[in-house]
Design a protein around this ligand. Structure first.
Ligand code: ZN
Ligand code: ZN
Length: 119
């Protein structure tokens, strides 16, 4: 029996090691989020691209899990709430070799001033 949870499929694998859209655009991110439903990897709301939130809106996949090492919280974009969730299939976080901000070589020297403020 497949586990059915709103916005969460524990068996969908992460689709990459970095934000899918940033990698395509040659851009950079601060932190990474994993779509809990399809495994899309996007950047957080402080990152210039905010691709995790955009994916949530476009795909209708409301829940992300942190893709940062040792973090295991989830966030629900519809309810705007941090939440707990089931253990997702690995890898659960981006590799240690992936810096934050990342990816290596694409982060501008003034990156701190380019972040969005998140309440
Ligand atoms: Zn991004
Ligand atoms: Zn998704």
């Amino acid at each position: 029996m497949a586990r059915t949870l709103r916005g969460i499929n524990p068996d969908s694998k992460p689709k990459g090691n970095g934000c899918e859209e940033c990698l395509k655009e040659g851009s950079w991110w601060l932190h990474l989020r994993r779509c809990a439903q399809c495994g899309h990897i996007g950047c957080c709301d402080s990152s210039p691209g905010r691709h995790a939130a955009r994916h949530a809106a476009l795909a209708g996949h409301p829940i992300v899990a942190s893709f940062e090492p040792l973090q295991n919280w989830f966030y629900d974009y519809e309810k705007k709430k941090v939440m707990r969730g089931p253990r997702l299939v690995g890898p659960r976080w981006h590799p240690e070799t992936q810096p934050a901000p990342g990816p290596k070589g694409k982060v501008p020297p003034n990156w701190v001033s380019l972040l969005h403020e998140v309440a």
